[in-house]
Design a protein around this ligand. Structure first.
Ligand code: GNR
Ligand code: NI
Length: 182
């Protein structure tokens, strides 16, 4: 298993659209296991393959609390079949926008179809934090970041700060904070 480096915005790689997974085979299962390990290592509750530079429609999540047993979820080719008109607003963060948070409004409930680890088609209804996280991860598969769903003013502030931090080398990316560098 491998902990991957997580790409940080602004990075054109995060803007690419990921390609559908043809079949959830051992290669995809290994990718998902690596994504889970990377996500847990970074203390995230979700991760999409493009965040580690892999353009496959694969996402992982675990929204269990620290005092609960781990509850990893892996999905390939997730698609929203239905979204509620009712919306919910929640403060979001993103491992690719480190240390920046903003309120994002999204449908409160979604029905999602996906391929599970055994390549079986499944459907599930999600609400609450799971619905938020699912939509956040699915956005990554289309090159969308949560800052695209807030005001242009706030988006500009966050992206400019990240760009500046990158230029001055002050960004505390996962890799530079971890064991890969130096
Ligand atoms: O770790 C994460 N926390 C989070 C909090 C609120 C809404 C969405 C998320 S997902 C994020 C991890 C991440 O960047 N996934 O792409
Ligand atoms: Ni994210």
């Amino acid at each position: 298993m491998t902990v991957h480096q997580i790409l940080v915005a602004p990075d054109p790689v995060l803007r690419k659209t990921a390609v559908a997974v043809e079949c959830v085979d051992d290669v995809v299962r290994t990718l998902m296991d690596d994504m889970l390990e990377t996500m847990y290592d970074a203390n995230g509750i979700g991760l999409a393959a493009p965040q580690i530079g892999i353009f496959k429609r694969a996402i992982v999540l675990d929204i269990s609390r620290e005092d609960e047993d781990p509850a990893p979820i892996t999905m390939a080719n997730p698609e929203i079949l239905w979204a509620s008109a009712e919306t919910t607003t929640r403060e979001e963060g993103c491992l690719s926008l480190p240390e920046h948070y903003a309120d994002v409004t999204r449908p409160a409930v979604v029905k999602v179809r996906y391929l599970d680890r055994e390549n079986e088609i499944r459907e599930t209804d999600a609400e609450g934090l799971l619905a938020v996280c699912l939509q956040h991860e699915m956005d990554h598969l289309d090159g969308t970041l949560f800052v695209d769903r807030i005001s242009a003013l706030k988006r500009g502030i966050i992206l400019r700060k990240l760009q500046k931090a990158k230029k001055t080398g002050k960004i505390d990316t996962h890799a530079s904070a971890g064991h890969d560098s130096i």
